[in-house]
Every structure is written in C-alpha cells, then in structure tokens.
Design a protein around this ligand. Structure first.
Ligand SMILES: NC(=O)c1ccc[n+]([C@@H]2O[C@H](COP(=O)([O-])OP(=O)(O)OC[C@H]3O[C@@H](n4cnc5c(N)ncnc54)[C@H](O)[C@@H]3O)[C@@H](O)[C@H]2O)c1
Length: 258
C-alpha cells in the first residue's frame, strides 16, 4: 500500500463485483475512503464489509444509476457519511447484445439508461461538490466497444461511444475549474459475466483458449489491471490529463486481423 489517494473520498458505481470492486479495492489500498454504490444490496454490503474488515473506510449505498431520483440522495448520503466526493468512477454498466432488428424498445431503453444516462446522472450529482471544492476527478468506464464494432452486440457499443463523447464534453466544460474527466476502455476482462459466457459455451475450455488467442498477450485482462489505471487517473500523477481515454486490452485493438 502506498498513499496516492489518502484523504480522498471516492464513489464507485457498480462496485459490488467485477471491475468496480477491483477499482474500489485498489482505491482502498491507496488510502481513499470509498462508497460502493450498486443496485445489488446483498453483494454490495458484502463487498463493503470485506474491504472494511481490514480497517479501511468503505461504505455501501444502494442506487439505481438509471434513475436520477435514486442517484441524488445516494450522493447526499455519501457526503453525510464519509464526506463530499473527490472522485467519481462511473463503472456500473450492463451488456445488451442483440441484432439491430431484434432489439426491442425495452432493450434499447435499458442499455442507454444504465450505460449512458447513469454516467450523466452521477456526474451531474457530484459536479456541484467538485465545483465547491475547486477540484475533482470523474473516471468513466468505457469499453473497446467505444471504438470498434463487433456484429450482434447492438446497441451496447452505441452507448459506449457516447460515454466517450460525454467524457470529452464534461472535460472541456470544466477544465478551467480543476475538474478532470477521463475514461478507461477495458477489453475482455475476467469478471463473472465473462466467466459465465465461457461456462455456458458448448466447450468452455476451447472458448477460453480461442478468446485468449485473440489477444497479442495471449490472455484476457484482470480486473485489478483496470483498477490500477483508475488509481493513476484519480491521482495527482495524472494532473495534466483530461478528456482522455486509456485503452487496456492487451494490445488487441492494435492487431490487424486478416
Ligand atoms: N468485463 C469486461 O470484459 C468489460 C469490458 C469492457 C468494459 N466493461 C465495462 O466495465 C464495467 C463493469 O463491468 P463488469 O464486467 O465488472 O460487470 P459486472 O456485471 O460484473 O458488474 C456490474 C455491476 O454494476 C451493477 N449495476 C448494474 N446495473 C446497475 C444500476 N442500474 N445501478 C447501479 N449498479 C448497477 C451490478 O449490480 C454489478 O455489481 C461496465 O461498465 C462494463 O460495460 C467490462
């Protein structure tokens, strides 16, 4: 443990598991107070208890990021319990993968409400605190789907492209107020969702091997490899970085596929 985030309060959405939990874990290791804000109360409380058991300040707050009326009171409760936020990580997200013409209005709405509206609602809720403090960091978890299209993954990449637009728009709007807004675009990362996709495929071992082989580094990513990038972006080491996106995909998007 070092102390790159000592004295800072962070809200990480969707941190009950997966990449969000790894980000929370890395933030705690660097001395931050962390609010795990997630729609899943049971897992969120367990995740907070696990991180708090070693003496760190970690709380759970229930929230549906797709609903501004749920997000605003969540941020107010965090302020009361562990102080006004210095860092927001917009990590909560869902994968809605369909063919375009099979996408129902409900699929479209569900995808955009969580993956895009949720990023805006939480950003909107913390920005007044950041403006008052004269500083703050927003880190949006985008995706390699923010840059490239894989067929039958509609409409998820559209929302993730828009997350980059939102990142840049807010970054420029608030750059002269000492508020930085950046994104991280993970590639294939070994979270439960990905493990389930492997497990449910006809030949899990072959699917895993094929997926690993798609990557120049011959493996998929680990959640903490996103977490440490988030620590960097939230730290003073990244103080001249804003409106930027770090791609973390083991080199896959630089690879030319024949
Ligand atoms: N795993 C990957 O390969 C991968 C790759 C690129 C980008 N991402 C992005 O990383 C982020 C995290 O992905 P993950 O794989 O850890 O997913 P995950 O499903 O393991 O975790 C997502 C978390 O978000 C929470 N959540 C979902 N909807 C919510 C809502 N409306 N309000 C609050 N919380 C909500 C869930 O309860 C869960 O705890 C997502 O934005 C995802 O799009 C993941």
């Amino acid at each position: 443990m070092t102390d790159r985030l000592v004295g800072k309060t962070a809200i990480v959405t969707g941190a009950a598991q997966g990449i969000g939990f790894a980000i929370a874990e890395c933030f705690v290791a660097e001395g931050a107070r962390v609010a795990i804000a997630d729609i899943n109360r049971d897992r969120g409380e367990a995740a907070a208890a696990r991180l708090a058991s070693e003496g760190a300040t970690v709380i759970f707050e229930a929230v549906d990021v797709a609903d501004q009326a749920s997000v605003d009171p969540m941020v107010s409760r965090v302020v009361q319990r562990i102080g006004a936020p210095d860092i927001l990580v917009n990590n909560a997200g869902i994968a809605v993968f369909r063919n375009p013409l099979e996408t129902t209005a409900g699929d479209w709405q569900r995808c955009f409400s969580v993956d895009l509206d949720g990023v805006w609602y939480a950003s909107r809720a913390v920005l007044p605190y950041f403006l008052e403090k004269g500083k703050g960091d927003i880190i949006n978890i985008a995706s390699t789907h923010s840059f490239k299209i894989i067929p039958h993954c509609f409409p998820y990449p559209i929302a993730k492209h828009a997350v980059l637009g939102l990142t840049r728009a807010l970054a420029i709007e608030y750059a002269d107020r000492n508020i930085r807004v950046n994104a991280i675009a993970p590639g294939y990362t070994a979270t439960e969702i990905v493990e389930r996709i492997f497990a449910e495929s006809p030949d899990p071992a072959a699917t895993r091997r094929a997926t690993n082989a798609l990557h120049p580094v011959k493996r998929i990513g680990r959640p903490e490899e996103i977490g440490w990038a988030a620590v960097f972006l939230a730290s003073d080491e990244a103080r001249f970085m804003t409106a930027e996106c770090i791609v973390i995909d083991g080199g896959r998007s630089a690879l030319f596929h024949e």
